[in-house]
Design a protein around this ligand. Structure first.
Ligand code: CDP
Length: 253
């Protein structure tokens, strides 16, 4: 009889130590375990803190949204939560191109173009950034990604299509809860279609969908309900995330 599925039986070697997550091998080479920590960083690691229960809150929120977007036709690497802070996911080859979708001007876009935050865009803006901590994730365009071999044209098309689908799902969900989705970042990866080396690959949504990588503004008041609370010292991020959790799940953590 095989051992019951638990974090202890699944967790193998540490493969990657991220800012807010750790990635572990599992006994199945096609699967990884993602562990959500309470760590928070901003400004590429210059500002750091521990936010009580953030890992458990984000693990549950990300699983909830991954299931929602999968039901809307976006393939994802997410499989299921194991306990409170761990997720079993397909192992992917991460595409080093981050996709940001914006509905409202804020953050880096406002700064770069000297615009006020809060200007509503007439339709969603899709932007691309090269995933590189040492370079501070510089903005690129799709041609750069293709010509430097980071992604193929059909992969970028799929990423754009999936990102806009995720946007539509999230906008509608948050609107019901009185929250405007301002922007968010997604990461994608490749999975081998039949598991063998050299097999054709498909693009799937990887990483997370959480308030760490989104901007969420309360409708009417504009109050920030995302990691900007931490980046900009606007209040207690743990309390903010607990409030989001309660709005989504209807109960406290
Ligand atoms: O947040 P920041 O001003 O650094 O950059 P942005 O381009 O305005 O970020 C757009 C959205 O992507 C925000 O919701 C960020 O939280 C998210 N983002 C992220 O999750 N990770 C990054 N490395 C950059 C942005």
């Amino acid at each position: 009889m095989s051992a019951p599925e638990s974090v202890d039986t699944l967790r193998g070697a540490l493969l990657y130590q991220g800012k807010a997550k750790q990635v572990y091998a599992t006994p199945d080479p096609t699967r990884i375990l993602i562990h959500y920590t309470d760590g928070a960083t901003a400004f590429n690691g210059l500002k750091k803190a521990n936010i009580a229960d953030k890992g458990a809150i984000n693990c549950k929120i990300s699983a909830f949204f991954m299931e929602k977007v999968a039901a809307a036709g976006v393939p994802t690497a997410f499989e299921r939560n194991i306990g409170d802070r761990d997720q079993l996911c397909k192992k992917v080859d991460i595409i080093p191109v981050e996709v940001v979708v914006r509905n409202v001007v804020a953050g880096g876009l406002a700064k770069k173009l000297g615009l006020a935050e809060g200007i509503k865009l007439p339709s969603p803006l899709v932007e691309h950034f090269y995933k590189s901590d040492s370079l501070n994730d510089p903005q690129i365009n799709e041609d750069t990604a293709v010509l430097l071999g980071w992604a193929q044209p059909h992969e970028l098309l799929a990423m754009r299509d999936y990102a806009l689908k995720v946007n539509a799902v999230l906008i509608a969900f948050w609107a019901e809860l009185g929250v405007d989705l301002v922007d968010f970042k997604l990461e994608f990866g490749r999975v081998a279609l039949d598991g063998s080396v050299g097999a054709p690959t498909a693009v799937v949504l990887a990483d997370e969908i959480t308030p760490d990588g989104s901007r969420l503004w309360e409708r009417g008041t504009g109050r920030k309900l995302d990691k900007d609370v931490f980046r900009r010292d606007l209040g207690d991020l743990s309390e903010t995330y607990r409030e989001l959790y309660k709005r989504i799940f209807g109960e406290s953590l």
